[in-house]
Design a protein around this ligand. Sequence first.
Ligand code: PEP
Ligand code: MG
Length: 566
Amino acid sequence: MTKVMAAMARKVGMASSAVGIGVSLGVAAGPVARLAAPPTIPRDSGPEADVTLAAERARTALEAVAVDLDARAAAATGPSADVLFAQSMMPRDPALATQITKALDAGRSLPHAVAEAFGVFRSALEAAGGYLAERAADLDDLRNRTVAELLGLPMPGIPDPGHPFVLVATDLAPADTATLDRELVLAIVTEQGGPTSHTAILAKSLGIPAIVGCAQAPSLIDGTTVLVDGGAGTVVIEPDAEQVRAATAKAEQLSQALAASHGPGRTADGKAVALLVNLGGAGELATASEVDSEGVGLLRTEFLYLNRTTEPSVAEQTRGYSAVFAAFDRRKVVVRTLDAGADKPLAFVDHGEEPNPALGVRGLRLAARHPRMLEDQLAAIAAAAAEHEAEVWVMAPMVATPAEAKAFAERAHAHGLAVAGTMVEVPAAALRASHVLAECDFASIGTNDLGQYTLAADRMAAELAELLNPWQPALLELIQRTAEAGRQLGKPVGVCGEAASDPLLALVLVGLGVTSLSMAPAALPAVRLALAAHTEAECVRLAELALSAVAARDARELVGSTARMP
Ligand code: PEP
Ligand code: MG
């Protein structure tokens, strides 16, 4: 949109700004580039009049897709370049062109012949299993690109306008974000998604300013300049130079303050609140261990088990934990035992048919069914802990009853792991927190799952973002109850769900009595800064305000207008 059009838009009452939920701090201005949706394949219109010509068109489209991927591979670095280069070989496979000709000969229209040919290769990969089966989604992407090329539609997936841009999308799927380039994507704005969505987690981990749940996102047009404030959750459309200057100066001031903040978490009056990082795999280890933190508050151990067809041996697991403990030498590392099942099934375990997997045999419940797996994991953690000076704690996911907490702590202690706790992710565990905590050494509240189960809202359902808003007063009450139980028993109660990475909400959590906060590494400096700007009594006051609200949005607004955010 040109300046004149923007002025006209303002005149006719079109929005000049948009709002959503700010999920990743930072300010950026740049032109919008939209993530194009995959093309819809038109109805099969029957045989092509000239099959030879149609086959030639298919070959040209496949080559165009391959050339585009080559160019992206040349511009990318590291693993992204390798992925793109490998992908660019697939459309050039002569067997694919042969398969398309076959489908054309059988009377399919061109787009259908292309889709059918890719389908044949997809089934073959799936049948091969293992690593090859994981490449099946790449073929879907190539099919979509080829069909878009044939139909003259924009290329689906992350756009490549040739300059840095603000990425606007309905939502981002993990496949879309695999090759997201921090240098090119200035900011992200999505229509759907909530604070715990994949987009939010990814943006935070990459340090890209981001806004989710922005209802006006569909009206942001390609090429329009927008100013995105990932902290405030605002998008200014066609900002003037002064607006950009003011926002950039504010962001610069904030980034200087963030860079200057260091050391253990403390309120303004010196109350210690340990600030820790969440870690989900070896790939994140280097960046996570460099962040000035007091350790790892949640080591998601699934990375050792998922995407493989056999169970990792104890020795293999020990090596995995050892690498983490070495990187966090002399710091704390809270290892969560395997949280498989539901959305994270294991290829080497028969999970059976479950009508409601999120309410089924997941987390610690799987250990009850396969006790040896838990024994092996605890043995591996203990063996690795013995080799290093990291302060190793263990905790179990999806604990619902005091009896489960007791059984887990007994097993962990039997392996010589002195500090064993439970995650509080099930409302029953929060309601009976004093009984649960009486049976173990600490609790860590998983607000992602506790929110999902409290509000009965699937955490993957973008449509339910408002129910999943971690400011929901019902969730805050359960957190308060758990923290109070910890205070009475003198046992630590932390938060390791995404809620801890929102600086404003972190203040509320501290006010509710939480003793540590664990979050995405990139979020930690901002939480430290917010904490240092408020006394403990102020945090308590903010928590009271949040609890006094009836709706999640009101809670955030009340606290936002009262806290003094740096
Ligand atoms: C949670 O549920 O809040 C949590 C931290 O665990 P995960 O996100 O791995 O389920
Ligand atoms: Mg969880």
